[in-house]
Design a binder for this molecule. Structure first.
Ligand code: AHG
Ligand code: MN
Ligand code: MN
Length: 341
């Protein structure tokens, strides 16, 4: 008797569409095309060591960062998968200085804007450490058929959907469209993402803090006070927390989403606005985290409230369990750290 298959991500997306009687199916089709792109990138990542796709391209991106071959491959894969669907007005990527307008030869007038980090954690590719793809979907808000930069410069609270794929010991896709956070694990034997983590909820408080302590001397006093808080022994508040830092945002975030805890990439003297990008790293993960019961701040602001001014703008990021982010928020505002759990 063939085993009963679990729910595929495609079916999950179609079921979600049925909950919206006026849905045209465009969003579902968009998500399903992204799923195919994820499978193609998974295949390249899983064989990266065997082909000459490892290593650097010798190019640098708009961030001034060395572009790895796999970054470029992932970027082109998403562009080519999505550009002819007629579902998008434009795309924005970490690897492209300006937005990518849909070429005239393809159907025009797509109603969504897709921003993405095609490969997050690139510095870890050659060491076989988990890496990921992050995506954020907004509705087109400008007039005319062609997408414009302003279609991307929307607060994260207006995202239609957000998600990531993590290429790790298994490949998982985690996404939200505002109705819970759902995780799907790729079964390579049938090439399908199967529902493995329905309705993910992040614990209200964790026991893990994730930050690159190598930057400690470059932080301001309040930021240092945050890191000091989580490493200080105090039984009443379950401290010290364990330090876990992979150096791939998607991997660090995914672990904290499931186990609880807080990830931080603060501003420092070298990165006065932080290192991580708002549109395709902080905002999509903030949408997911909030939808799972967590929180995400830049320090002063909620990530989802920030009005972006430019495509590749950076933001400090404190994201994870609700109570742990609340502690960060208080200390960063100059309040005394809490003494009870
Ligand atoms: P990307 O590979 O897309 O440029 O992102 C790298 C980011 C993020 O994945 C990670 O959290 C952070 O860089 C690590 O930065 P440090 O090496 O400075 O800690
Ligand atoms: Mn990244
Ligand atoms: Mn990247």
């Amino acid at each position: 008797m063939p085993e009963r298959l679990g729910t595929t991500v495609t079916k999950h997306i179609m079921d979600a569409q049925r909950a919206h009687p006026h849905a045209t199916g465009d969003f579902s089709n968009l998500m399903n095309e992204l799923v195919v792109a994820a499978k193609v990138i998974h295949r390249a990542v899983s064989k990266a060591g065997l082909s000459d796709i490892l290593g650097k391209t010798g190019l640098t991106n708009v961030q001034g960062e060395e572009v790895q071959k796999l970054d470029e491959f992932a970027n082109i894969t998403i562009i080519h998968k999505m550009d002819h669907t007629g579902l998008l007005c434009a795309m924005a990527s970490e690897e492209m200085d300006q937005i990518f307008e849909i070429p005239d030869k393809h159907p025009q007038g797509g109603k969504y804007a897709l921003a993405f980090d095609p490969l997050d954690g690139s510095s870890n590719i050659d060491a076989n450490v988990s890496i990921g793809t992050i995506f954020s979907i907004h509705r087109k808000v400008t007039s005319g058929l062609k997408g414009k930069t302003d279609d991307f410069l929307q607060p994260g609270s207006r995202q239609v959907a957000a998600g990531y794929i993590i290429y790790g010991s298994s490949t998982m896709m985690v996404y939200t469209s505002g109705a819970g956070v759902h995780g799907f694990t790729l079964d390579p034997s049938i090439g399908e993402f199967l529902l493995s983590h329905p309705n993910i909820r992040i614990p209200a408080r964790g026991k893990i803090y994730s930050v690159n302590e190598g930057n400690y001397r470059k932080w301001d006093d309040r930021t240092r006070a945050v890191a000091d808080y989580f490493k200080t022994e105090d039984k009443a508040t379950g401290r010290p927390y364990s330090a876990r830092y992979i150096g791939s945002l998607v991997a660090d975030f995914h672990r904290n989403l499931l186990y609880g805890g807080v990830f931080m990439y603060p501003a420092d003297v070298c990165n006065p606005h932080g290192k991580l990008r708002l549109l395709y790293e902080a905002a999509p993960l903030a949408f997911i985290c909030k939808e799972a019961g967590g929180d995400a701040i830049s320090g002063e602001e909620d990530i989802l409230d920030i009005q972006p001014k430019e495509l590749h703008q950076r933001t400090p990021l404190f994201i994870g369990s609700r109570d742990d982010v609340a502690v960060c928020r208080g200390i960063l505002k100059g309040e005394a750290a809490p003494v009870s759990r």
